[in-house]
Design a binder for this molecule. Structure first.
Ligand code: DGL
Length: 269
């Protein structure tokens, strides 16, 4: 046992909104006893339309405050946009293990039979050098088509609040990839935004049979389990969902949060 870690110290998951709940679901499977604080920077949502400098400043600043206040044993940046831009910087300034979320290009490259992979992310994620590096390293000889789909972020936020979503949003995302040269050959789609696995059924329908979807959530959960091996877990109080802005939105989200095991909500002051 690792007696240096307080058993009640939480694992802190961070996203701009509800997307990180797709990662939390896998963390729950791997570590059901782990106390969790889920932080949604809803005051900063969406990250995908912000500049690199805005995202880096926001994420580093918030995680610094959160680490000081909640003393987590580990931080998971459950957001591709924040991770592909700020993971290195956050690791440089915080003395706590930080696990990031990066587009699952490697498993997609292993899975594709046609050699053509689609990647759906935010506008900020798809332009990152980090994605270019993953492509060069793991998808050599394959074709990677990228599409920025901010509408899907809004759709996932609405879905989890029980609000209706125009199905045309999903069709537009599929067309964004299919209409590119070679797009008809796509058989594997990387969901490179943590909001998108929350729309897995809707996306499967518009892409049709024969297309597989991959995301990084299960791999992240395995990594967190590895890094916390030998540590004790003690949940002293119900897990907390923390937001950076108050509003009606917290009330409408309560059922989805409770389903994710987040029984308490709060606003970061
Ligand atoms: N969930 C975030 C991601 O994985 C981004 C959503 C946003 O645009 O804020 O990229």
């Amino acid at each position: 046992m690792d007696s240096t870690v307080d058993p009640a110290a939480p694992i802190l998951l961070f996203d701009s909104g509800v997307g990180g709940l797709s990662v939390l679901a896998e963390v729950r499977k791997a570590l059901p006893a782990a106390p969790v604080i889920y932080v949604a920077d809803n005051a900063g949502l969406p990250y995908g339309s912000k500049t690199e400098a805005q995202i880096a400043a926001r994420v580093c600043g918030l995680l610094g405050r959160l680490a000081e206040r909640y003393a987590p044993r580990l931080i998971c940046i459950a957001c591709n946009t924040a991770s592909t831009i700020a993971l290195g910087m956050v690791r440089d300034v915080l003395h706590v293990p930080v696990v990031g979320t990066v587009p699952a290009i490697k498993p997609a490259a292993a899975l594709t039979r046609t050699g053509t992979i689609g990647l759906l992310g935010t506008q900020a994620t798809i332009r990152q050098a980090y994605v270019d590096q993953l492509e060069a390293e793991f998808a050599q000889g394959k074709r990677l088509l990228r599409f920025g789909a901010p509408e899907l972020v809004a759709a996932a936020e609405a879905k989890l609040r029980g609000q209706p979503v125009d199905p045309e949003v999903y069709r537009r995302a599929a067309r964004g990839l299919r209409d590119q040269p070679g797009g008809d050959d796509i058989d594997t789609v990387v969901l490179a935004c943590t909001h998108f696995p929350l729309l897995a059924d809707e996306l499967a329908e518009v892409f049709g049979p024969g297309v597989s979807f991959v995301d990084g959530a299960a791999g992240i959960a395995r990594r967190i389990a590895f890094l916390t091996q030998g540590q004790d877990f003690l949940r002293r109080e119900p897990d907390l969902a923390l937001f950076t802005r108050d509003g009606e939105t917290l009330e409408t989200l309560r059922p989805a949060l409770a389903a994710a095991g987040l029984e308490r909500t709060g606003v970061l002051d």
